[in-house]
Write a protein that binds this ligand. Structure first.
Ligand SMILES: NC(=O)CCC(=O)C(=O)O
Length: 258
């Protein structure tokens, strides 16, 4: 499977429509060489610009997801649209990742379970998701997760037990804690013997410097590709069939005591 991770710049000086147009252009460029294109967390709406959240939130059939559905269908490529600020029918706001099939249909959506910010930020404004989400793609089983989720290993054990072989984690992770990002991506890969695709943002958003360092980590914990600190399309080949082979050759998961 060829993956393309769009590490988008988090600058919010343009409009949401500008950012969507830019991202659609990059998906169009990346799609011919990719089986899966991945965007980061809240790249259109701003993960750190909480003051605007009420104004910019959209339903899942709003213009941002619609534009990504159109480009997925136009290029016949599976697109993980990163996450959007979702305004649900009941008025609640969620940080919601959307997986789109190569025909442009929404295959799955995942509402971020662990909200960042302690008593502020996401935790104060967004409702938490409650359901784990997986999806088959070719010979892979994808598991969806978002940013701060990375700190909660029990979530990935549950995804492991649901058959996941490729974890797709979208983020807007800051530069100040980028070594946590690198370490935890590798830890989740090693302890669960699964591929990990971590798609982050770069640049600055308000006062927050974003960490970049999007990465593809193999099931043994080897970083096979890592982005720098600027906007970049990171591509890598990954073979989901390596997962059962490694789990057989080094059967550490058999020794779990539940
Ligand atoms: N958007 C986020 O979830 C940020 C997470 C973060 O900064 C951290 O876990 O550290």
């Amino acid at each position: 499977m060829r993956a393309a991770l769009l590490q988008l710049d988090g600058d919010l000086s343009g409009t949401v429509a500008d950012r969507v147009a830019h991202a659609v252009g990059l998906v169009e460029q990346a799609a011919p060489d990719a089986d899966l294109v991945v965007l980061p967390e809240l790249w259109a709406h701003g993960a750190w610009d909480i003051r605007d959240w009420q104004a910019v939130a959209e339903p899942l059939d709003g213009p941002t997801v619609r534009a990504l559905r159109e480009v997925a269908a136009r290029t016949s490529t599976v697109v993980h649209a990163g996450s959007v600020l979702e305004r649900a029918a009941d008025g609640e706001l969620y940080n919601t990742s959307v997986l789109i099939g190569s025909d442009g249909a929404v295959l799955r959506h995942y509402r971020k379970i662990h909200r960042f910010g302690f008593d502020e930020g996401e935790a104060a404004v967004l409702a938490p998701g409650t359901e784990l989400v997986t999806a088959e793609h070719g010979d892979a089983v994808l598991g969806l997760a978002t940013c701060y989720d990375l700190r909660f290993p029990e979530m990935f054990r549950l995804l492991l037990d649901s058959g996941v072989t490729v974890l797709v984690l979208v983020a807007s992770w800051p530069a100040t804690r980028v070594e946590h990002w690198r370490t935890l991506l590798r830890a989740r890969a090693i302890e669960n013997q699964m591929w990990v695709l971590g798609c982050n943002q770069s640049g600055t958003q308000g006062r927050v410097e974003l960490g970049g360092a999007s990465a593809v980590v193999d099931p043994a914990g080897v970083v096979v590709a890592e982005a720098g600190s600027a906007e970049q399309v990171l591509t890598a080949m990954l073979d989901p069939a390596q997962v059962p082979l490694l789990r057989k050759a080094f059967p550490v998961l058999r020794d779990r005591r539940l």
